[in-house]
Design a protein around this ligand. Structure first.
Ligand code: FES
Length: 105
């Protein structure tokens, strides 16, 4: 859980259903997801296996598959789900206001 500040990441329509985009803020990078049910989530942008952008990965249901070695994470919880990833992904609270997506970092 984060007690940090809310920052605007993108517009709701910037992310297709069942897709992910990259969002950079200062020296950090995040991944913002929209699942097939239309829910939004946010996590660190890099895979925990190697420093590879998850925004280039594939969203399947509630899973994100890393494009580098096909490791998988549960999007809502960040839990590592398939080798070679074994370290969970850090996730961030998300809220929608006025069709904008905010994440708390
Ligand atoms: S870098 Fe993501 S699974 Fe290896």
């Amino acid at each position: 859980m984060s007690n940090g500040i809310w920052i605007e990441a993108c517009e709701v329509d910037d992310i297709e259903v069942e897709d992910v985009i990259r969002f950079d803020h200062e020296d950090r990078t995040f991944a913002i997801y929209r699942t097939e049910k239309g829910d939004f989530f946010a996590s660190d942008g890099y895979c925990t296996h190697e420093k590879f952008h998850l925004s280039n990965g594939l969203v399947m249901g509630n899973l994100i598959e890393c494009p580098k070695h096909n490791g998988r994470f549960d999007i809502p919880t960040g839990q590592a789900k398939r080798a070679p990833v074994c370290v969970d992904l850090k996730t961030y609270p998300v809220k929608i206001e006025d069709d904008k997506v905010f994440i708390q970092i």
